[in-house]
Ligand binder design. Structure first.
Ligand SMILES: Nc1ncnc2c1ncn2[C@@H]1O[C@H](COP(=O)(O)OP(=O)(O)OP(=O)(O)O)[C@@H](O)[C@H]1O
Ligand SMILES: [Mg+2]
Length: 151
């Protein structure tokens, strides 16, 4: 599915629909094993972090979502959510080797049902992404316009 957004608010609207689809998956699919992992691909400034900010807003997370480029990982607890426990935001941009993600507890993170994990620059850890990971590709069209493809 491809969507063009004309400003940040429209990207946050897409994030809202995406949260609704995640809620539906968790409600209907009792057999879903482990965390839900979503790779966010696309150039610098294409809107990956902005999308996660929209997701957090619609999960009613009040914390300020800042880019985890330097810390690699940020975790936000979803205290009031029935099905989800943590929103995990990873930026793999600065990793030199995929194995470096293991040090932040990657294997436990992806094992835990109730974690929803967004990974910016997923190509950096491609061999370690679990089977069935989702993907969103962001494309910069012009300063205000982005194309999002949800795969
Ligand atoms: N339609 C749009 N959708 C999303 N962001 C937009 C849009 N129009 C303008 N922007 C702006 O583009 C910038 C996107 O930056 P953001 O940090 O989300 O990119 P990123 O893909 O995470 O980059 P990086 O790879 O450096 O982490 C923000 O400043 C945002 O306000
Ligand atoms: Mg970013």
């Amino acid at each position: 599915m491809k969507i063009t957004t004309k400003n940040l608010e429209e990207t946050h609207d897409v994030a809202k629909d995406f949260v609704a689809s995640l809620n539906a998956i968790m409600k209907n699919d009792q057999m879903h094993e482990g965390a839900i992992v979503i790779g966010l691909s696309g150039d610098l400034g294409s809107g990956k972090t902005s999308f996660v900010q929209g997701v957090a807003k619609h999960f009613d997370i009040d914390d300020k979502i800042i880019s985890p480029t330097f810390v690699i990982q940020k975790r936000y607890e979803m205290k009031n959510h029935k099905n989800f426990k943590n929103l995990v935001h990873i930026d793999a941009y600065r990793l030199e080797r995929p194995e470096e993600i293991i040090r932040i507890g990657w294997h436990d993170l992806i094992k835990e049902k109730g974690n929803v994990i967004f990974v910016e620059w997923p190509e950096k850890i491609a061999p370690l992404l679990p089977e069935g990971s989702k993907k969103i590709v962001f494309e910069f069209i012009d300063p205000e316009t982005r194309k999002l493809e949800i795969i």
